[in-house]
Design a protein around this ligand. Structure first.
Ligand code: SF4
Length: 422
């Protein structure tokens, strides 16, 4: 293949965007666009993958953009340590290409080599099995810097077909149990033991992360979900000398009494509950289960209530950014979507709740799978806007930052731009 190195060549879409947004680091713009367009791994890039050294795709509770489970890199790292959480995407959808250049993996666009990348390294515990004989990586998975627990790979909003319009958790559950032998529901004691094994790799991990599908059951709705999280976090906590340990949970929007239990009975230090889209009508349309069981305004109220319990800067909500523009009822323009989304995000920020974005990946087995996500400019402007709100309202985002998460272009900005002047 004839290559042109593009780092300093103007005229590529990436370099054009870099020029339009001089206040946003080039690698963050690249990351955002790779998340937006996805990646295709060439055969050479896949042959570079060494499952003993690198993480391979498969353990996530959501599926890939091409709907395939195959041996491919879990994701990518840039040369400054920035994670790109992206997913294999069909070549006809114009993804970035990962190919070898001088024997190393690089990101290419239209045949131009843009940046050298690394595959995520496999942690030591990935080679081991749990006491019940399950590969440990199917119980606890890893990002480059954190440990992920996905204890329940189903969501009861799907019981009556009211799961979110961008979600493929049920399809992935079926593929996971069939092709990967991942348990649908994890045993808390086993989770605690695997976390203990993972932590033997000293200095590798900065935080423990937990999320699952919603569980509506219990004497009050979602008590079963709370009880299950408490059981797991108690087992995880046995590996730490202090009651509290660095941790994040993404769960349903719980009532105040449920949140108090979660905080008091476990070592959990931060709480995230994803509203997905900041507009009531679009929320009702795209998240019918959340609307049925909790409702848009109540979801927001519960986020604000959580600040009293977890503290300012330790509560946030996530957007699947781009769905607000999809379909016949979406916002008519990106300008309108930005203005309305940031206005509602500011209302939350004023009350101590941060908003972060993930770049929406339209997946084939979802109701919105046939639509496209938004432009690169939109994601950059939204990331700048959400970061600016944290600066204005002095909201730290350490628990969901590049160090502890790595999936949000807006929180990557807090790494390089000061949140506020002292
Ligand atoms: S709450 Fe929505 S996005 Fe989350 S698992 Fe359930 S259906 Fe999927």
């Amino acid at each position: 293949m004839t290559l042109a190195l593009a780092r300093k060549i103007p005229g590529t879409p990436l370099e054009d965007a870099v020029r339009r947004y001089p206040d946003v680091p080039r690698l963050i713009i690249l990351k955002t666009d790779v998340q937006r367009r996805g990646v295709h791994y060439t055969e050479e890039a896949v042959s570079y993958l060494d499952p003993e050294k690198h993480q391979t795709t498969g353990t996530h509770i959501f599926g890939t953009r091409d709907g395939v489970i195959a041996l491919r890199p879990e994701s990518l790292l840039l040369r400054d340590g920035t994670s790109i959480i992206t997913t294999p995407t069909p070549p006809e959808e114009n993804p970035y290409v990962v190919d070898l250049h001088d024997g190393r993996p690089w990101l290419f666009d239209a045949g131009v080599a843009l940046e050298e990348v690394d595959y995520w390294p496999a942690p030591a515990f990935y080679a081991k099995d749990s006491s019940s004989g399950v590969p440990m990586k199917n119980i606890v998975s890893a990002r480059p810097q954190r440990l992920n627990i996905f204890p329940y790979r189903y969501c009861t909003f799907w019981n009556n077909g009211k799961g979110c319009a961008f979600c493929d958790i049920v399809t992935q559950l079926k593929k996971g149990s069939r092709e990967l032998k991942i348990p649908a529901r994890l045993d808390p004691v086993e989770v605690g033991a695997v976390i203990g094994e993972a932590l033997k790799e000293e200095g590798r991990f900065s935080t423990v992360f937990l999320t699952s599908g919603s569980i509506v059951g219990g004497s009050r709705p979602f008590d079963d979900e709370i009880d299950y999280y408490i059981a797991i976090l108690k087992e995880v906590g046995k590996n730490f000398r202090t009651h509290k340990f660095p941790s994040q949970l993404i769960g349903t929007a719980f009532e105040k009494e449920q949140l108090k239990r979660l905080y008091a009975e476990t070592g959990l230090t931060s709480y995230t509950s994803d509203i997905e889209v900041l507009n009531e009508e679009l929320f009702n349309q795209h998240c019918p289960g959340k609307a049925e069981w909790i409702g848009y305004r109540e979801w927001k109220k519960r986020l604000v209530d959580a600040v009293e319990i977890f503290g300012p800067g330790r509560v946030n909500t996530g957007l699947v950014a781009g769905i607000e523009l999809a379909g016949p009822h979406g916002f008519r323009s990106e300008d309108e979507a930005l203005e309305r989304t940031l206005s509602e995000a500011e209302d939350l920020a004023r009350q101590g709740v941060s908003t972060v974005l993930i770049v929406w990946s339209p997946r084939p087995d979802t109701a919105l799978g046939a639509y496209k996500n938004a432009s690169l400019d939109y994601y950059i402007r939204l990331a700048r806007g959400l970061h600016a709100l944290r600066v204005k309202y002095r909201l730290p985002i350490e628990h969901d930052s590049y160090r502890n998460c790595g999936n949000h272009p807006d929180t990557d900005l807090s790494r390089l731009l000061p949140l506020w002047e002292e």
